[in-house]
Structures are given as C-alpha cells and as structure tokens.
Design a protein around this ligand. Structure first.
Ligand SMILES: C[S@@+](CC[C@H](N)C(=O)[O-])C[C@H]1O[C@@H](n2cnc3c(N)ncnc32)[C@H](O)[C@@H]1O
Ligand code: SF4
Ligand code: SF4
Length: 371
C-alpha cells in the first residue's frame, strides 16, 4: 500500500452558483454538519503525517468558509502545497491578500464559457465579470493561475474562444475538462453529452493551440471518456495516491464515491491513518484482486485499473463491474446507447437542464463575521 500524495479537502458543499454540470452529490443536505476549523486543522496534520504533500481546497465554494485563511495557514505551516479550487466568487482583494500572506500556493478558477451571457447562463447567476477580475487579481498577487472550464454540449463549440480568453487573462495552465458524469452532471447527462462532431472539432483546436502556446501555457485536455475505447485510470487506482475528505468528515478515495454502498469512514470517529489502511471504503477496490473478467486477465489492468468504480455503479448498479466505458465491458452497450442518442438526428436541440440548487447558508456552529 502506497502513501497518499494528494488530499482533496471539500470544505463545504454550499455554493452561490448553480452549474448543471456540477459533480457535487445530489444529497448535499446530508453534509451540512461541516467540520469546524480545529477539526480541519487536525485532518491536515493527520494527512501530512500520512505522507500527503498537496492539498486541494475545494467544495462547493471554499471561499464561503470564513476560516479559509486559517485553514490555508495551517496547511502551509505543515509544509503542504496548497491549491484553492474556486469559482472565485468571494475573492475580494483583502481576502486574496490575506490568503497570500497565509501561504496559499496556487489558485484554480473555473469559468463556464468565454463570454458573459453564456457563462452566466451556465453558472445560473451573473458571475463572469467577477471571475475575470479575480483572475487579474490572482496574477497581480503573483500566484500561478489555472483556468478551468468544464466542457459539454453547450460550450464546447467555443473552445477556441475559451483558449483565447485563457491567453488574455495570462493563465499559466488551462484545464479543459470534459464533463465527468457524477452528481448533477449524471442527472443532466443526456442534456450535456456533446456530439462526436463537436468533440472532433474541439480536439483539432486544442491540438493546434497546445502546439502554438507550448512555451507559454500548459493546455490540459481531460478526455471525454464516453467516447474513448478505454476508461480513464480513475484517481490512478482506487485509494492508491489520493484521498478526499467531504465537508462532514467522511473519507473517500474520490469525491464521487459517496454514491457507493460502502460503509462510511469518518475523521470524527477514526484517525486518517487507520481509515487509509483498513477501512472497507479504502480497501474495497484497492489493487487488482477484486477485478472481474474481462479486467482480471487483461494486460491493461494495471494501466487503467478497470476504470471508474463510481461510473460502473451509476451505470450498472454494481461497483465491482468493469467500467462500461471500456469497449470490452459486457455492459458497454449502456454507454454506446447514450452516445448514439446524443448523436441522433431526432434529438431535440435543447433538452432541459436541472440546475444544482444554490445553497449558501452557513451552519450555525461555524465562524461568522465579515470576509
Ligand atoms: C466541484 S468544483 C468546486 C470548486 C468551485 N466551486 C468551482 O466550481 O470551481 C471543483 C472542480 O471540479 C470541476 N467540475 C465540477 N463538475 C464537474 C464535472 N461534472 N466534470 C468535470 N469537472 C467538474 C469544477 O469546474 C472545478 O474546477
Ligand atoms: S455549482 Fe459550479 S461553482 Fe458551485 S461547486 Fe458546483 S461546479 Fe463549483
Ligand atoms: S477490460 Fe478492464 S483492464 Fe482491460 S481495458 Fe477494459 S477496463 Fe481496462
């Protein structure tokens, strides 16, 4: 068993935005009893003892936590590399300066499209302008900036404009993340799935831009796995190098794993080290022993680990099956049918999108006061 390298600290699922592609769980109400500041500081110390080197502070919207500066300072004091994964709403200049002073190392800002009307429509609230201003502030304060854009049927045709925007704001890295179908994105999957022609066109643009900007900007393209022959090597293997702590202290191999019928493990009940080593949620799919055929005898089994357990569960109801994205999976038809429907001439232009509900009220046991 390896040590985990990265911790995804999901500080809250509250968020002012309402993205229909959001991978947050549908049952966000179950996570309202958020860890308090001292609990997060303990989690960070336990993670560091376990070997974690990088801490991604995410959510929901992590800037809604009034104790974010304290949490960043705690992580920095432990020598962790800290990355704030944010919509940027709430990143005022004084707050940014305090985060800088606390030692925050990197900022990743997500934006929904290249221009205000489309971006605000996808986000569910006017937010584009504030995101652009926040990206300027991040650069001004000397942070490395990643601009993240989740790609789907409603914005992928504008990928050239998105890349142009990334260049304009001076992003050091742009992450073009094809939608992963978990949480609200799973619920909205049929409305979000792009067509084959859309993907092909986008990939031409991405390749050319990557080549042109080779020296200046890192262009990361997260593959659309529904259109791939093989699944993604999810998290580099189940409970192999990454772990997630959810807002209420549940520990998971990845954020989507809360949907699986596995016994809960919580930092409120057990030390992180024991959870990592022994808890059923971590050991259930670690390594290759759990694999069914065709993975068990497949030469790729240590390359993609049989794909994503959460995707297998969402599509088949059984987390221990081969990821149906794989063309060798006996369940591949489930993915093929969704892809065919997305490409059918008869498909209506605009299937309805269900927005992720806004949730912005702070639990009463957490620190209040102004930003
Ligand atoms: C869940 S969000 C939380 C942080 C912040 N609220 C934000 O959106 O930037 C974490 C990251 O996942 C990305 N994301 C959200 N839903 C996704 C999905 N279904 N597929 C791929 N990436 C997704 C976001 O763009 C963001 O970069
Ligand atoms: S709704 Fe949008 S901004 Fe909020 S957590 Fe989800 S992806 Fe991030
Ligand atoms: S059969 Fe399993 S191990 Fe082989 S490529 Fe498909 S998912 Fe990967």
């Amino acid at each position: 068993m390896d040590s985990p390298f990265g911790l995804l600290a999901e500080l809250t699922y509250r968020c002012p935005l309402a993205c229909s592609y959001c991978s947050n769980p549908l049952n966000m109400g179950d996570y309202q009893d958020e860890l308090a500041t001292d609990e997060w500081l303990r989690v960070l110390a336990e993670a560091s003892d376990l070997g974690v080197l990088q801490c991604h502070l995410s959510g929901g919207e992590p800037l809604l936590r009034r104790d974010l500066v304290e949490i960043v300072a705690g992580a920095h004091g432990l020598g962790l590399y800290t990355n704030l994964v944010t919509s940027a709403l709430g990143l005022s200049r004084p707050r940014a300066e305090r985060l800088r002073a606390a030692g925050l190392d990197h900022v990743q800002i997500s934006i929904q499209a290249h221009e205000a009307a489309l971006s605000d429509r996808i986000a569910g609230i006017p937010s584009f302008q504030r995101k652009i201003e926040a990206m300027g502030l991040v650069k001004e304060l000397g942070w490395p900036l990643t601009m993240n854009v989740v790609l789907h049927r409603h914005n992928i045709d504008r990928v050239a404009d998105v890349l142009e925007l990334a260049e304009k704001v001076g992003a050091d890295r742009v992450e073009l993340a094809n939608t992963q179908y978990y949480g609200w994105a799973w619920r909205n999957r049929d409305a979000l799935l792009p067509t084959r022609a859309q993907l092909k066109a986008a990939e031409v643009v991405v390749r050319a831009t990557r080549e042109r900007l080779r020296e200046r900007m890192d262009v990361v393209y997260v593959i659309p796995d529904y259109y791939s022959r093989y699944p993604k090597p999810c998290m580099g293997g189940w409970a192999s190098r990454q772990l997630t702590v959810t807002p209420n202290g549940d520990v998971l191999p990845c954020p989507a794993a809360q949907s699986l019928p596995l016994p809960r493990a919580s930092v409120r009940e057990d030390p992180l080290e024991r959870i990592w080593a022994e808890s059923p949620v971590m050991t259930a799919f670690r390594g290759t022993d759990w694999m069914p055929e065709p993975c068990r005898s497949c030469p790729r089994r240590e390359l993609d680990y049989g794909g994503c357990r959460c995707q297998a569960f969402l599509l088949t109801g059984d987390a221990a099956r081969t990821d149906p994205v794989c063309h060798l999976s006996p369940d591949h038809d489930l993915v093929a049918r969704a892809v065919e429907a997305a490409n059918a001439d008869s498909r209506p232009d605009d299937l309805p999108l269900i927005p992720r509900p806004h949730r912005a009220r702070r639990p009463t046991h957490l620190p209040g006061g102004a930003d």
